[in-house]
Design a protein around this ligand. Structure first.
Ligand code: NAI
Ligand SMILES: C[N+](C)(C)CC(=O)CC(=O)[O-]
Length: 335
């Protein structure tokens, strides 16, 4: 993981301020992820301006932030942090007019992202870094319409951005390396755990891995080999418990006993040639779609989405505490 210092982007005017001096962040697109980002930045004591074209966006955003707030109080709010520091604006231009950092979280549609990033670039103070939450589009493909593409980066979060620390940062062909460095430093200052990638990779790192798992899960549902509930339990009762502590590489190194990864590879490496994986994604036809949706409803067992969000948030906080990423008690926090 690389987190680098904070020079200004090199093309065009310098960034208006150092990452440490940012006070005002704009969140553009305020659904699940934009709302989660807004909650995170508010909890970290920033002023947040937000814009979303949906007619009910302001109410929806305020509800999302209010629902996240108990979890954020448990994590510990920054001095001065308040939901009152959120301003929802009537136009995109107002949202970004005084922004020192912009996080774009609009729908995952390439043409929409291209146009929106160009519009943001035209409206945002010169030099201010603009990050996209995209889950997979390379910035090279999204920055084509912007007049100053050098300040556009990907800042890929994980749901919910106010609880899951990781953000993957990467630029496109026309991004100034200094903008990538500035964004990485800013996210770190804002309390995120940052992986700065030095090249564009399909799916970044974590989604590339998640998609491999997801593809196999869909194959198993499509072929009736496992139910939705069995798939979820196979992770939450199995490897998922280890993955919160140690990633897949070190976890498997331990599978080699005293011999570590070298023995693990000698022992199990040849089995990678077995046809365990199906590599091609299955056809997401109506039958598979309905099987997955019905399976999730069965797994929810009457719990609403709000119930599940609260349950997830409690669980993630417990895991963060148990693994020492958060203080376990008030005494430990004071030390
Ligand atoms: N949902 C997830 O788990 C994750 C999503 N992402 C990425 O975050 C971005 C947003 O995804 P979600 O929040 O899940 O979607 P969402 O559908 O919950 O929210 C999208 C929001 O964008 C608004 N919107 C529509 N057109 C817009 C425009 N032209 N300009 C600005 N806002 C517009 C919509 O009204 C909606 O409120 C996508 O790029 C997605 O790939 C990244 C990580 C995780
Ligand atoms: C489902 N998703 C591909 C949009 C998920 C992500 O991009 C990251 C996450 O939250 O797991």
């Amino acid at each position: 993981m690389t987190v680098t210092p904070s020079p200004a982007p090199t093309d065009g005017p310098a960034a208006p301020c150092a990452p440490e001096d940012v006070r005002r962040v704009a969140c553009v697109g305020a659904g699940v992820i934009g709302g989660g980002w807004a909650a995170h930045f508010l909890a970290r004591g920033y002023d947040v301006t937000a814009w979303d074209p949906a007619p009910d966006a302001a109410d929806r955003l305020r509800r999302l932030v209010a629902a996240a707030w108990p979890a954020l109080e448990q994590l510990g709010l920054a001095d001065g942090a308040s939901q009152d520091r959120l301003t929802v604006t009537a136009t995109l231009e107002e949202a970004v007019a005084e922004a020192q950092f912009v996080q774009e979280s609009a729908p995952e549609k390439l043409e929409l992202k291209r146009d929106l990033l160009a519009r943001l670039d035209a409206a945002t103070p010169a030099g201010t870094v603009i990050a996209s939450s995209t889950s997979g589009y390379p910035m090279t493909d999204m920055q084509t319409e912007a007049a100053a593409p050098g300040r556009l980066v990907v800042g890929h979060p994980f749901n919910p951005p106010y609880l899951i620390p990781l953000v993957e940062v990467v630029g496109g062909d026309r991004t100034a390396p200094a903008a990538v460095e500035w964004a990485s430093r800013f996210y770190a200052v804002a309390g995120k755990s940052v992986i700065t990638m030095d090249r564009e990779v399909p799916g970044f790192i974590a989604n590339r891995l998640q998609e491999a798992l997801w593809r196999e899960a869909l194959h198993m549902v499509a072929n009736g080999e496992a139910t939705v509930q069995e798939i979820d339990a196979s992770i939450t009762e199995g490897p998922g418990l280890r993955w919160a502590v140690m990633g897949p590489m070190l976890t498997f190194a331990l599978a080699g006993g005293e011999g570590g990864m070298a023995h693990m590879l000698d022992h199990f490496g040849p089995s990678l040639k077995s046809p365990w994986t199906r590599l091609e994604a299955p056809e997401l036809d109506r039958a598979l779609y309905e099987a997955v949706v019905a399976g999730c409803e069965e797994a929810a067992d009457g719990r609403s989405i709000a119930d599940l969000v609260a349950e997830r948030d409690r669980g993630v906080i417990d895991v963060l505490r148990a693994t020492g990423r958060l203080p376990r008690s008030a005494e430990e926090a004071a030390r």
